[in-house]
Design a protein around this ligand. Structure first.
Ligand SMILES: Nc1ncnc2c1ncn2[C@@H]1O[C@H](COP(=O)(O)OP(=O)(O)OP(=O)(O)O)[C@@H](O)[C@H]1O
Length: 251
């Protein structure tokens, strides 16, 4: 049997009045694939992510998760189905510890809002899961620290921990390296590489070093249209992509 792609977008269009922010965008992400979405400012990357997550309703076209068209599903339904976007820092609870923040997401993934009333087995399962997650993200030693006491780079890792606690099949990362130092970006790349292999990742990122180091393939969006999708080498050496976005410094 042929496996459906983890995520498939077909002929997606979005207009704001006369402005066409998404124009007949089609692509698919195989299970476990790591794709970067790049493009100049205002190309429509965030608008595309918003349509995939359900924040924005497309004007036409479909978004499918494992073969099911989810275009009419709510944001919450999509999350429950495994389409998860990283939380923004301002959605973390600053006065709670890292562990408590991750626990809330792990409970939410089970349709629960508090651990009160859970069986001992459930609690220990969740505790093991949190431990594993923090270890993947290199946050074990910071588990009992309040989020408000963490450096910016660590908070961004907590965002990813929360998203992972929701058990994604497809993880959407919107500029995870924004505001990070080079050293923090190399930690981020290590963390992203250590993600479970079955998770497909779509990462929107302006930091080309990260993109070239991490992505298996790249899609280039320009003025709402996909200009090119290919391997890192194909996209890097594409003359048109260089002209509209990469310039000469990344060749
Ligand atoms: N709600 C809206 N109403 C009208 N126009 C919008 C709306 N949201 C986005 N736009 C426009 O759509 C275009 C694409 O914006 P978008 O934020 O998706 O680009 P982007 O590629 O994510 O840019 P950046 O890299 O700067 O984040 C821009 O011209 C923007 O002004």
């Amino acid at each position: 049997m042929i496996q459906s792609p983890a995520l498939q977008v077909v002929d997606l269009c979005k207009n704001f009045g006369a402005l066409r922010v998404t124009q007949e965008v089609s692509f698919h992400l195989p299970v476990g694939h790591r794709r970067a979405l790049i493009g100049p400012n205002g190309a429509g990357k965030t608008s595309l992510i918003h349509q995939i997550t359900g924040v924005l309703r497309p004007s036409s076209g479909t978004v499918s998760l494992e073969g099911t068209n989810i275009v009419r599903h709510s944001i919450q339904q999509r999350v429950r189905q495994g389409l998860v976007r990283t939380f923004q820092i301002n959605s973390l609870f600053p006065d709670l510890t890292v562990i408590d923040n991750v626990r809330l997401a792990a409970l939410a993934a089970r349709g629960l809002h508090r651990s009160f009333g859970l069986t001992v087995d459930h609690r220990s399962l969740i505790a093991v899961e949190i431990e594993r997650l923090l270890s993947t993200l290199g946050l074990v030693e910071l588990g009992t620290v309040k989020v408000s006491h963490l450096a910016y780079g660590k908070r961004r890792l907590v965002e990813i921990a929360l998203a992972l606690a929701l058990k994604p099949k497809v993880l959407l990362l919107d500029e995870p390296a924004a505001g990070l130092s080079r050293q923090e970006i190399s930690v981020l790349v290590r963390v992203l590489r250590a993600l479970p292999k079955h998770i497909a990742v779509l990462i929107v990122e302006h930091d080309m070093e990260l993109v070239f180091e991490y992505a298996e393939s790249i899609s280039v969006l320009v003025q709402g249209r996909l200009l090119r999708t290919g391997t890192v080498d194909e996209v890097r050496s594409d003359r048109e992509v260089r002209d509209v976005y990469l310039g000469r410094r990344h060749v």
